[in-house]
Design a protein. Sequence first.
Length: 249
Amino acid sequence: MNASTVAKLKEIIRIYELFRSPGGKIISLPSGKGGVGKTVVALHLGAALTQLSYATAVIDMNLALPNLHSYAGELPDKTLTHYLTGLCKLEEVEKVKVKVGNSVLHIYPSRSIVDIAKKPELEKIVEFLTYLKNKYDYIILDLPPGISKYSIYPVRLSDCVFIVTADEKASYLDATKISKIFELRGVTISGHIVNKYEKKRDIEFENVICKIPLSPDVKRFPEVWNKRYFKPKIVKCFTELAEKISQMC
Ligand SMILES: Nc1ncnc2c1ncn2[C@@H]1O[C@H](COP(=O)(O)OP(=O)(O)OP(=O)(O)O)[C@@H](O)[C@H]1O
Ligand SMILES: [Mg+2]
């Protein structure tokens, strides 16, 4: 066996070990088009799962253009990008604790690889996720849009994959394309999440598990979860999505 075959086999064994290891489920949210709402869906879904008493973390896997820190309120000194580029150890990666209702959601922001100017070793994501699986019930990956190694690799490590699309024709077309590409690579798509839904037309799209309305409340993270008496519609919507996902994954 040559060195490259040995390396490939080792990689397959590492990924197999990740799936076999007990603990949390990894949920990834890829999309065809950019700007469809993956990041806000990841955050509100994370908030809803913590409200259902699941220990949940949201991870910024958009390593080139990360933006979870803008919702978390801070960008820690040691992030996933630092770990993947060899600048810190696994246990040193920092999280931000965000209060949502009566619970706390853990957010792992990332520093852009553009700032760090070092090439990340993507394969180290396996160790990072194995480490997190021991700590959380659900680990939600906020991904970059489209098809690249930065989206495909984490998707292949996930237990459940939900494609996010906005309620517009071009976005549906790209979601269909990306579903086919993932499926050709052996990834099972658990469902589609239609975001920015405006009820203007029927959705001719298969396996839709949730329609999230176009609403300014979506931008109000985490505040909408901390309202005591009035629960905005999107809180109900993400709670239903979290309940469905907790039964599926
Ligand atoms: N349901 C919604 N109603 C209203 N605005 C929304 C909704 N969902 C997302 N948005 C807004 O759309 C914009 C894009 O959202 P977001 O950053 O979550 O998309 P994304 O898919 O993560 O983008 P990217 O592909 O660049 O990572 C943001 O301004 C966000 O507040
Ligand atoms: Mg995003």
